[in-house]
Design a protein around this ligand. Structure first.
Ligand SMILES: NC(=O)c1ccc[n+]([C@@H]2O[C@H](COP(=O)([O-])OP(=O)(O)OC[C@H]3O[C@@H](n4cnc5c(N)ncnc54)[C@H](O)[C@@H]3O)[C@@H](O)[C@H]2O)c1
Length: 333
């Protein structure tokens, strides 16, 4: 297969690119950066194109060269939702349209990387794919990402009506090697960074809020299957584990696995993000559809996944995080 991954130089995309290369497929990545795929640049079946998914002409050309496109390019991370909602909305709403338009012209399958955030703060867990979305006011910037991704899903279904094969994947808190850096980003990498530096681990709220942390290998198995299985066309899948973990227990486990002497410090969401943030108390998927149609189960325990993630950050990751890797502008692998 020939595969295009927009945002393929990001955390999930870099692992997905590796998986398709291991299968013997050809992979093109479209992204504005390439730090997380340096190790792939010399691969004979890999091509990196530096550019933006907002460039419709470029997207059309690249989509015309492949059999399936994974649209993962997005502005991700709570700090962006509250500090730059305009960028979140522009990239996340307009990028998917460029991809779908090109895919319709070239009759190319699309897999859209959506998010568990679309369910918002619906208290009725576990969430099935057709459950309601419960979001807060549009005055609370935090919801711009969930809304933008939901709009993207609507666009997918609108193009499905025109005959385009599309699959939507809602990822649930995926973590693993290459996740963000150790100073900012998502909770797993932030806690690991604080623990390795023996700084206080900052738990927001009382730490009783839960997430289902999904190890990246499990996520990638389902993501590959969604692109190759015809039965996935036209469907939405929750992708993740349904094992629920309180944030305070995540912090304790990371302390244990790193051997850190960090203390746990509780901070309020309002102190960190101001009034532009509301938390989601529980986030739990029903994963039966992923298991039945994609044939994938998330089998990696949080303890094992964290052990591998910490080992990676202790090795090469610790040097990469906080370091700006330079490269020649316009270079392609
Ligand atoms: N990792 C998770 O837990 C998770 C959860 C839910 C949804 N998702 C979704 O999965 C996808 C991948 O997430 P990730 O964790 O790898 O995030 P990431 O931030 O590591 O990757 C996103 C990539 O998109 C690229 N990008 C941003 N704007 C772009 C543009 N205009 N043109 C081209 N590339 C652009 C970024 O440079 C980055 O490499 C995203 O769409 C995200 O919304 C991820």
């Amino acid at each position: 297969m020939r595969v295009l991954i927009t945002g393929g130089a990001g955390f999930v995309g870099s692992h997905l690119a590796e998986a398709f290369l291991q299968r013997g497929d050809r992979v093109t990545v479209l992204d504005g950066v390439n730090e997380k795929i340096h190790h792939l640049l010399a691969h004979p079946r890999f091509c990196f194109v530096r550019g933006s998914v907002l460039d419709g002409v470029l997207v059309d050309r690249l989509v015309g060269e492949v059999d399936v496109v994974y649209h993962l390019a997005a502005v991700v991370g709570v700090e962006h939702y509250v500090s730059n909602p305009l960028k979140v909305l522009e990239v996340n709403v307009n990028g998917i349209q460029n991809v779908l338009k090109a895919a319709l012209v070239h009759r190319c399958k699309v897999v859209f990387g959506s998010t568990s955030e679309v369910y918002g703060r619906n208290l009725q867990v576990p969430w099935r794919e057709d459950d309601d979305r419960v979001l807060g006011s549009t005055r609370v910037d935090r919801w711009c990402y969930a809304t933008a991704k939901a709009v993207g899903e609507h666009f997918c279904f609108a193009y499905k009506r025109l005959g385009l094969p599309v699959t939507i994947l809602r990822f649930f808190n995926v973590y693993g090697p290459r996740l963000d850096n150790l100073h900012s980003g998502r909770v797993v990498s932030v806690f690991i960074g604080q623990a390795l530096r023996n700084e206080p681990i900052t738990v927001m709220g009382d730490g009783g809020q839960t997430r289902c942390f999904t190890y990246v290998d499990d996520c990638i198995h389902a993501t590959v299957a969604a692109g190759v299985a015809a039965a996935a066309d036209g469907e939405i899948f929750n992708v993740g584990t349904d094992v629920e973990t309180k944030i305070i227990n995540l912090a304790r486990l990371i302390l244990e696995l790193t051997g850190s002497c960090s203390e746990i410090r509780y901070v309020s969401h309002r102190d960190v993000y101001g009034a532009r943030y509301e938390d989601v108390p529980r986030r739990v998927p029903d994963v039966s559809k992923m298991q039945e149609i994609l044939g994938v189960r998330a089998i990696t325990s949080l303890r094992e996944g964290l052990r591998r993630t910490i080992a990676w950050f202790r090795g090469e990751g610790i040097e990469q995080s906080g370091t700006v890797v330079s490269y020649a502008p316009g270079s392609q692998g």
